[in-house]
Design a protein around this ligand. Structure first.
Ligand SMILES: Cc1cc2nc3c(=O)[nH]c(=O)nc-3n(C[C@H](O)[C@H](O)[C@H](O)COP(=O)(O)OP(=O)(O)OC[C@H]3O[C@@H](n4cnc5c(N)ncnc54)[C@H](O)[C@@H]3O)c2cc1C
Ligand code: SF4
Ligand code: SF4
Length: 374
């Protein structure tokens, strides 16, 4: 971080308005003054500055020396190498395209957890284990708005096994899970896990690397989800319903495995080619270079030959310790990542594709690729 004390003006000019902003809301939850808010309406997913203090691009607290928003932002300036260095005591080598860490395959053992999860229900098993073994007080996760049939993803706070199971599975629209932070703190949580795609999973690391105070300390566990993109909510009406006749309320489960897989409550199964979905890519994903949630303690994905297992990248000592303890406690089973070399090759390929999206005008680190990259 430079001596110039960059604040909202720099964040607004260099990230929010340039296409680098993912809409993760880390700046909003880190801001110690009531001047930043978040627009989740109509697919905007962006922070904004309230006019009561300064204007859209200026902040009087920033002029007086507050730098919290830029400390929190996982896309500000040299974010990737700053977070790598803080988390792993070194930068990624060019060959570590999906970040630093070891791959294993894992799945939950308890039937009710498996039933609720998207792939191997590893993430849900991890959250339940962390809540029930005094590792965390709460987790920032994603639920579905309304009666559960809307498929509108929204931030939720999970404090119990029941909360975790009720919010398991994947929604492919954006869910700003970090926005649950204040509610978790208001109810007394001091050790908080965040579940989110790379953009959100890098937020705790950014905050810790740049010393963003209490919020950095409280976000003590980061669980990342592999992610190429999220989709605009209009995909439900304008593609699934208009072309395939699938109403959102009829959808029971969705997954992406080379195609959009959709199961409906009347036991029908549909496949929607991903190329038809590309037009609905959320704006904030278009410049994102991080497929594999490279700054999480543990990243989880669904690619690979074994559809009822979760592909897991264990990245930090905390992540390694949790996986070992969960295995010993009999809540998960694991097998070596080498059992599915195709999954690792695909993760590398998809990570390379995402890295190419990082724009030329920004620092070049996230765009670096191995010399052997195809
Ligand atoms: C938008 C999105 C895109 C993804 N893309 C890929 C991909 O391209 N390749 C791949 O291998 N894997 C991808 N995944 C990850 C995959 O779908 C599973 O989340 C992962 O394999 C973990 O499975 P699980 O059974 O262990 O998780 P579960 O036990 O089912 O737990 C999933 C957790 O994710 C949270 N969650 C659900 N939806 C969202 C959301 N929209 N935003 C934030 N948190 C959410 C839930 O609240 C829950 O805590 C994606 C996930 C999401 C949400
Ligand atoms: S990327 Fe996240 S932290 Fe950075 S400006 Fe956008 S919403 Fe704020
Ligand atoms: S592609 Fe995924 S990780 Fe990247 S900004 Fe979009 S939601 Fe976040």
């Amino acid at each position: 971080m430079s001596l110039e004390k960059p604040h909202w003006t720099e964040l607004f000019n260099e990230v929010v308005t340039t296409g680098l902003c993912t809409g993760c809301a880390a700046c909003v939850i880190a801001c110690p003054h009531p001047v930043l808010d978040y627009d989740a309406n109509n697919g905007v997913y962006k922070p904004f500055h309230l006019d009561v203090d300064g204007d859209a691009s200026n902040c009087t607290h920033g002029d007086k020396g507050c730098t919290m928003c830029t400390r929190a932002c996982p896309r500000f300036r040299n974010w990737e190498s700053e977070i790598d260095t803080h988390r792993f005591a070194r930068e990624r080598s060019d060959d570590e395209v999906f970040g630093i860490g070891d791959v294993v395959l894992a799945r939950a053992i308890n039937a009710d957890v498996i039933e609720s999860g998207q792939d191997g229900a590893f993430v849900s098993a991890l959250l339940i284990f962390a809540l029930e073994n005094d590792v965390i007080d709460a987790a920032l996760v994603s639920g579905v708005a309304g009666d559960g049939t809307s498929w509108r993803a929204e931030a939720r706070v999970a404090r119990t096994r029941e909360d975790v199971l009720a919010t398991a599975g994947s929604r492919y629209t954006y869910s700003t899970n970090l926005l649950g932070y204040q509610s978790a703190v208001d109810e007394g949580a001091e050790r908080i896990a965040v579940v989110g795609m790379g953009c959100m999973a890098s937020a705790p690391g950014a905050m810790q690397a740049r010393k963003a105070g209490k919020v950095a300390r409280r976000l003590s566990l980061s669980i990342g989800l592999l992610c190429s993109k999220t989709f605009d909510d209009s995909i439900f009406e304008e593609l699934f319903e208009a072309k395939y006749g699938i109403a959102r309320a009829d959808i029971k489960k969705m997954n992406i495995k080379g195609v959009f897989q959709i199961w409906t409550h009347d036991d029908q199964y549909y496949e929607v080619p991903l190329k038809e979905a590309h037009a609905f890519t959320r704006e904030g994903c278009k410049a994102c270079p991080d497929f594999a949630a490279e700054h999480a303690d543990i990243s989880a994905g669904g690619i690979g030959e074994f559809s009822d297992w979760t592909l897991v990248v264990v990245r930090t000592d905390l992540g390694r310790d949790l996986v070992t303890r969960m295995r010993e406690a009999g809540v998960i089973e694991t097998r070596p990542g080498d059992d599915d070399p195709g999954a690792i090759a695909l993760m590398q390929k998809l990570a390379r594709v995402s890295r190419r999206r990082w724009p030329e005008f920004a620092v070049d680190g996230p765009r670096r690729l191995p010399v052997t990259a195809s």
